[in-house]
Design a protein around this ligand. Structure first.
Ligand code: ZN
Length: 145
């Protein structure tokens, strides 16, 4: 089986103050906020922004509390790029395939993410130090939102 990645869905940036960061990205760079969501399961507040012609979004993520993995990231590394996300169609079969290849996964099975997506993370040790998220979006999710 071949791993099928549909697109680079978003690049996520960990921030301490999402309102401030949103202001910067909208006012300084002219991006547009297309979605905001609090994802309790992952302990984060997120904001998705897009450029005029871009399909790939910028996702700002602020921790909801101290136990959020983003809190730990900010403590250790400070603000900055946290992960990149690939959009996929069949997340379960891709995870199986990666596992068969011996690639270290953080999530062996998908969990609920923002936008009603099924998401799973691949360990950065397995991918050149980059944390990668896979996201399978629900049927109702269209390209523009
Ligand atoms: Zn993400």
């Amino acid at each position: 089986m071949q791993t099928k990645i549909n697109s680079l869905y978003h690049i996520a940036i960990a921030v301490r103050d999402i309102d401030k960061a949103e202001k910067l990205f909208t006012q300084a760079f002219g991006l547009e906020v297309v979605h905001r969501e609090v994802v309790e399961e992952q302990g984060v507040k997120t904001s998705m922004l897009k450029a005029k012609e871009g399909k790939t979004a910028i996702e700002l993520i602020e921790p909801l509390n101290e136990s959020s993995p983003i809190s730990k990231f900010l403590e250790k590394r400070g603000e900055g790029i946290h992960h990149i996300c690939f959009r996929v169609e069949d997340i379960e079969s891709i995870l199986r395939h990666l596992k068969e290849m011996g690639i270290q996964l953080i999530d062996e099975s998908p969990r609920p993410g923002a936008y009603g997506a099924k998401v799973a993370f691949i360990h950065p040790k397995a991918v050149n130090g980059v944390l990668i998220e896979l996201a399978e979006l629900s049927e109702s999710h269209n390209e523009t939102s």
